[in-house]
Design a protein around this ligand. Structure first.
Ligand code: IVH
Length: 679
């Protein structure tokens, strides 16, 4: 291995060799981590290799290859997707609902094959994601596309490259050699955890929630900006190829093994079944474990194992004869829509909520379901009194899918959206570009309560013990009307309240006191500026540093912050030009709230310097020390020259020290270096 610090002087050829080595190591370790879930090295070691790769690629951009792990971060945004036409279409599957449909399936196979012999099958979980195809040429991923209508799909290569379980280069298979071209098909999906995290983030940023992981996966992959896709925790399971004929595989289960050795993740709950009874048994098994899986499955795909038998069976217009999708009974139910309530969110968004005749859906009683927004109500043409289809997807809030129009009796009545706020009576507005109707009354009690709850919540100031219930009580009791009131509370006011006592009052006071010293990012995320969540708040803190600077900023200034677009900038300008908001911030400061100065921005502090290290450092690894210098804008040299501006001396400095002294280079001890770059 070439030493880390030698690259500044390394030749292009050495860099190319080292990069090839790094690519291979990094891709291998990513495979161990993401596909096998069995990492060989620590995360920090991986990061170190990755940093080394990035630095080398930065220096020699012409050496960046399409299979470099750096290419997973997402490239330039697209204006539109290109179309991809395939010769061997991606087919769909016929559905089987229950055991009898599966027996009928086998009977059709027997008839077609003129045999009664048992057939060997492979039964695979049917993931609910997005079918995609990945084309590899000479082992290199060259194209990725959605299924589309089967023949024509959309080219989403850059987006698919961001998925950690999509190999950028194939590993040599255990059997045979890599074919010149390989078209792998499979399902791109979002885990339930990833889905929840994504929706939580969106809720915080006041963005529309995804109804289920499938929609979230599809939405994430059909992003024109791959950088957005890269932020989404997508994964991929391979389940087939366009044509197995050229491969050294005679059966589906051999193919899955082959794909696994090439570096793909294949589903571990796949089972080879010697007969249909085994298939049915596995179907029931999957139905019992489906809710324990980290991703959503909506059934099981049954495939005839033997490719020669598949070939004899052939395909129909849209689906193969040799496979079928056994679907689980859906977590859906029908019931009556008896009313609609309108909720008011923290930003004034009006959300219609369906009141239902309580019904069991997937084992849970459901009496309320979200209708998302006005457009959804219109689009679905829902009416009061309708029989409606209700569903639960994953752990998501139940939703109304559609009315069962065939069951209309004529006495159903249209749903009227309110024109005034259901909580405060203020006229509602609906900005032309938005799907959301809002109450814009800053004094609206419902909005106030929600924003107070948000302020104290984990996503806001994280005041322990001041959860939703407590906040409702404090508002009810008239103790808290606005955010500053929280800091005016006293133990004497709290202790006599229902369910409180001296102890809990003292505890709450301590929790509030502990948050008086806060950071700009926390405060910004807590005060409920529309479209400003934790991430944006952090960007603002990094850019502006102090509250005073923010209070002087204009819309144009906000637009200058990397990562902030026109919508957010407008919302910020609106907020900070509102005298009531400015007054609130001033009051908070009068009440003792202090915004800790963020670490002074140090980026660029070492611009124009060239550092050289000699001897052994006690408190830094070389790579860490180097990273610090680079982070502050400095460069690192590998050998002494007249260009070196700073020599950092560890233990046993060697000959470089004498040279540096001779040419008047600044010489730093490790302690001095530490002070310079911060610990
Ligand atoms: S095989 C010719 N295997 O189900 C075979 N499909 O209608 C066609 N799906 O959206 C596909 N898991 O993406 C196959 N293990 C699996 C699958 C699977 C999910 C999806 C597929 C497509 C739909 C088929």
């Amino acid at each position: 291995m070439m030493p880390l610090f030698a690259f500044a002087a390394a030749s292009r050829e050495q860099a190319a060799n080292r990069l090839a080595e790094l690519r291979e190591q990094l891709n291998y370790h990513a495979y161990r981590y993401y596909v096998l879930d069995d990492p060989l090295i620590a995360d920090v070691e991986y990061d170190r290799l990755f940093q080394e790769l990035l630095h080398l690629e930065e220096r020699y951009p012409e050496l960046i290859t399409p299979d470099s792990p750096s290419q997973r971060v997402g490239g330039a945004p697209l204006a539109e997707f290109a179309q991809v036409t395939r010769e061997i279409p991606m087919l769909s599957l016929e559905n089987a609902f229950g055991d009898q449909d599966l027996r009928d399936f086998e009977e059709r196979l027997h008839r077609f094959l003129h045999t009664k012999e048992p057939i060997t099958y492979v039964a695979e979980p049917k993931l609910d994601g997005l079918a995609v195809e990945l084309i590899y040429e000479e082992g290199l991923l060259v194209l990725g596309a959605t299924r589309g209508d089967g023949v024509t799909g959309e080219e989403i290569t850059a987006n698919l490259k961001t998925i950690a379980t999509v190999p950028l280069r194939l590993r040599p298979p255990a059997k045979g050699t890599l074919p010149a071209r390989l078209a792998v098909r499979g399902e791109a999906y979002l885990s339930l955890a990833g889905f929840k995290e994504l929706n939580a983030q969106r809720a915080q940023n006041d963005e529309a929630l995804f109804a289920n992981p499938r929609n979230a996966a599809a939405g994430s992959l059909r992003q024109l900006d791959p950088k957005v896709t890269a932020q989404r925790p997508l994964a991929f399971f391979a389940y087939g190829v366009d044509d197995p004929a050229p491969l050294p595989c005679r059966t589906q289960h051999e193919l899955l093994q082959y794909l696994a050795t090439c570096g793909f993740a294949t589903n571990p709950h796949t089972k080879r079944c010697p007969d249909l009874d085994a298939v049915i048994a596995h179907f029931h098994h999957l139905a019992t474990i489906r809710h324990d899986l980290p991703y959503e499955i909506d059934g099981m795909v049954v495939k005839v194992d033997d490719f020669s038998v598949q070939k004899r069976l052939g395909t129909k217009a849209r689906s193969p004869r040799w496979a079928i999708a056994a679907k689980f009974p859906a977590s859906q139910a029908t019931t009556r829509l008896i009313g609609v309530e309108f909720g008011v969110g923290r930003t004034g968004a009006i959300t219609p909520v369906a009141i239902l005749d309580p019904v069991e859906v997937g084992g849970v009683m459901v009496g309320r379901a979200t209708l998302h927004n006005e457009d959804e109500v219109r689009r679905k043409d829902l009416r009061l009194g309708d029989t409606v289809l209700v569903q639960r997807a994953g752990d998501v809030i139940p939703e109304v899918v559609k009315p069962v129009s065939e069951q209309r009796r004529g006495n159903e009545t249209p749903i009227r959206m309110p024109t005034t706020c259901p909580e405060c009576g203020h006229p509602l507005v609906r900005p032309a570009a938005e799907a959301v109707t809002r109450c814009v009354n800053p004094a609206c009690p419902a909005q106030r309560l929600r924003s107070l709850i948000h302020f104290a919540s984990k996503a806001g100031m994280d005041i322990e013990g001041l959860g939703k219930k407590v906040m409702e009580q404090l508002v009810q009791e008239g103790l808290v009307r606005d955010i500053p009131d929280i800091f005016r509370l006293t133990a004497a006011e709290l202790a006599p309240l229902d369910g409180w006592g001296e102890k809990s009052a003292a505890k709450a006071m301590a929790a509030i006191g502990a948050r008086k010293e806060t950071t700009l990012a926390k405060l910004l995320a807590a005060i409920g500026i529309r479209h400003v969540g934790e991430v944006t708040a952090q960007l603002l803190e990094e850019h502006f540093g102090t509250l005073t600077a923010l209070l002087h900023a204009t819309e144009a200034d906000f637009l200058e912050v990397a990562g902030i677009g026109p919508q957010v900038a407008a919302s910020l300008a609106d907020f900070f030009s509102d005298p009531a908001a400015r007054q609130m911030l001033a009051t908070l400061q009068e009440l003792g709230l202090t915004v800790a100065a963020p670490p002074t921005s140090r980026a660029g502090r070492l611009n124009g310097t060239l550092f050289l290290f000699t001897g052994t450092l006690a408190h830094f690894s070389r790579s860490e020390a180097k990273a610090r210098v680079k982070a502050l804008g400095g460069q690192v040299a590998s050998a002494m020259s007249s260009k070196v501006t700073h020599l950092v001396c560890g233990d046993k400095p060697g000959s470089k020290l004498a040279k540096a002294q001779a040419q008047g280079t600044t010489i730093l001890s490790e302690a001095e270096f530490e002070e310079l770059v911060g610990s």
